[in-house]
Ligand binder design. Structure first.
Ligand code: SAM
Length: 281
């Protein structure tokens, strides 16, 4: 189930910056100590298959290679992939795959039935949203995910109801995982430096669909409708997608939601209740 969150912007927002953004989101981590902290955030890797998204010049890769039972590093840039193959030639536990992470079926990397993958990466920020959506889509085969993203994106992923940042991205991520923000790095932790701060966060995958009594392919589209226009009330957002007034009022009352409420005030449990109520009206 894919969701689009137009509020996720690529690294940097000004037209001027967009014109000179580094190729393939290549801002390499150079901060002493940060790479090992990121690798350690996945926990004990001695029995794990770890997939690194965008290893680049290998800043995090070296720490993962020393810890993981098996490491698959997926790099789109053929020159960087070739350099990494050379650097890890003497490590049979490390595979360098030159591929677009957005079109790679993660299930094709599983060797043992029932095995789950851990995912890690200092993401190429220009496709953060697409990568997150691909990961949610393949959540069933993931156990833990540690990602570095633009700080504002991490704030949205981890936001609680009632906060300015709470929206479609928060609810979607928190449907699939327990989310923890870990630490933030300044632009000069990278070369070339981006024009934004970066935050590392961890997702422990624990899909909540069964507990909330909802199906991903029906509930996530409803969430998209609820958060379509954040300044509108929930009732008006639902009206805009074709629900009639009577049905909306009944479902809101049944779910104990104030008719003037906005979706950003409501926890997932209440939104799930609303979804079930709308289905039975
Ligand atoms: N991990 C390195 C580090 O921390 O220094 C590099 C991080 S850099 C922000 C993002 C990396 O993702 C780059 O090496 C870039 O070439 C790679 N990349 C960009 N688009 C990609 C894609 N679609 N699939 C896989 N890798 C990609």
């Amino acid at each position: 189930m894919l969701v689009q969150d137009p509020s996720i912007s690529p690294r940097g927002t000004s037209t001027e910056f967009m014109a000179k953004k580094p190729k393939l989101g290549q801002n390499f981590l150079v901060h002493p100590g940060a790479a090992v902290r990121i690798a350690e955030a996945l926990g004990d890797l001695s029995q794990q298959t770890v997939v690194e998204v965008g290893p680049g010049r290998g800043a995090i890769t070296h720490h993962l290679a020393a810890r993981a039972r098996r490491l698959v590093a997926v790099e789109l840039d053929p020159d960087l992939a070739a350099e990494l193959r050379g650097a890890f030639a003497d490590r049979p536990s490390v595979e360098i795959v030159q591929h677009d992470i957005l079109t790679l079926e993660l299930s094709s990397l599983l060797l043992v039935p029932g095995e789950k993958l851990m995912i890690i990466g200092n993401l190429p920020y220009y496709i953060t949203s697409d990568i997150l959506l691909r990961l949610f889509d393949q959540a069933a085969i993931l156990s833990r995910v540690v990602l570095m993203v633009q700080r504002e994106v991490a704030d949205r992923v981890a936001a609680n109801p009632g906060s300015r940042d709470y929206g479609l991205l928060s609810t979607t991520a928190q449907l699939y995982a327990r989310v923890e923000k870990l630490f933030t790095l300044p632009p000069d932790a990278f070369t070339p430096p981006p024009d934004v701060y970066s935050t590392v966060f961890r997702m422990s995958m624990q899909p909540r669909f069964a507990e909330l009594g909802v199906e991903a392919d029906q509930f996530i589209p409803l969430l998209r409708q609820c958060f379509a226009q954040k300044r509108k009330t929930l009732a008006n957002n639902l009206k805009a997608v074709g629900y009639d007034h009577e049905t909306i009022l009944k479902a809101l009352a049944d779910s104990n939601i104030d008719p003037q409420a906005r979706a950003e005030a409501l926890p997932l449990e209440t939104l799930a209740h609303l979804h079930r109520s709308l289905q039975t009206q």
